[in-house]
Design a protein around this ligand. Structure first.
Ligand SMILES: [Zn+2]
Length: 103
């Protein structure tokens, strides 16, 4: 195996899904709306990615609190907030949900 190939292998995300793609799929996953192939890739990624395991658990808790969330309920802003929060996790920051001190 060449060094280039090895590097590509290492960079290949679990399940062939990048974390950002997983974030896009999570509501479909929780609503059982993914195709079997996508679902398998999703689960494979989560099983190997600690960050996404935490993410999916948190989304699941939010869903059980709210009762239900449909993709229509997720505004573009909400999606971006989720992605931003997720990037914080990815950056290794523990303070993903930092309660900003009041002004
Ligand atoms: Zn991930």
């Amino acid at each position: 195996m060449t060094a280039t190939l090895r590097r590509l292998f290492r960079r290949r995300p679990p399940g062939g899904l990048a974390c950002a793609q997983l974030v896009e799929l999570v509501t479909d996953y929780l609503e059982d709306a993914l195709s079997p192939a996508d679902r398998r890739r999703f689960e494979e990624h989560v099983s190997r990615c600690d960050g996404c395991t935490t993410y999916v658990e948190q989304i699941g808790q939010t869903l059980s609190l709210l009762g239900r969330v449909t993709p229509d309920d997720l505004s573009p802003e909400a999606r971006r907030d989720l992605l931003d929060a997720f990037r914080d996790w990815q950056a290794g920051g523990a303070a993903a949900t930092d309660p900003s001190p009041g002004r």
